[in-house]
Design a protein. Structure first.
Length: 146
C-alpha cells in the first residue's frame, strides 16, 4: 500500500494550504503539502524532503497528528495518508510547484475545495477537535536533512 505524508504547517493561528495546477490530476484542488514516501525513507524524512521540494523550506517536523486510508479507484489501491505537525515561518516558504499557496484560518478550511482524501481532516481542524502540536517543537521536533 502506498504511503503519503503531509504537513500541517501552522503559524500565528493560520495553516498553509496549497493548490494543484490546472494540468495536474485533481486540477485546482487544495491540499496540505507533502507526497509519497520513497523506499528506504522514514516518514519524517520523506516529509522533510517533500517540503523542501515543494516549498523550498527546511521545516521542523513534529508529531504525527492524523492517519487515514483512502481507496483510490484510479490506481486500484488504497493509500495510507499520515499527517504531521510541521513548523515554518511564512518568510521561509516559497511556492516551488503549486498554482497558489495560502495561509488561512482554520474556520476558512471548509469553504476551500480540498482533495477528497483531506475532507475528514479538514472537518476536524475546522471544528477545533484536532490541531497541530506546535508547542512541542522545541522539544520533540527535529529537522530531517536526509
Amino acid at each position: 500500500m502506498p504511503t503519503v505524508v503531509a504537513g500541517i504547517i501552522e503559524f500565528d493561528d493560520r495553516v498553509l494550504i496549497c493548490q494543484r495546477h490546472e494540468e495536474d490530476r485533481y486540477a485546482l484542488k487544495w491540499e496540505f503539502p507533502g507526497g509519497k514516501v520513497e523506499p528506504g525513507e522514514t516518514l519524517q524524512g520523506a516529509l522533510a524532503r517533500e517540503l523542501r521540494e515543494e516549498l523550498g523550506a527546511d521545516c521542523a517536523i513534529g508529531e504525527e497528528i492524523y492517519r487515514t486510508r483512502f481507496g483510490n479507484p484510479e490506481i486500484r489501491d488504497e493509500l495510507e495518508l499520515i499527517f504531521f505537525s510541521a513548523f515554518a515561518t511564512p518568510q521561509s516558504v516559497r511556492n516551488m510547484i503549486f498554482q497558489k499557496i495560502r495561509w488561512v484560518e482554520y474556520a476558512e478550511l471548509p469553504g476551500v475545495d480540498f482533495l477528497p482524501t483531506d475532507h475528514e481532516l479538514v472537518t476536524k481542524l475546522a471544528e477545533g477537535t484536532l490541531r497541530p502540536k506546535i508547542n512541542n517543537f522545541g522539544v520533540n521536533a527535529r529537522r530531517y536533512n536526509q
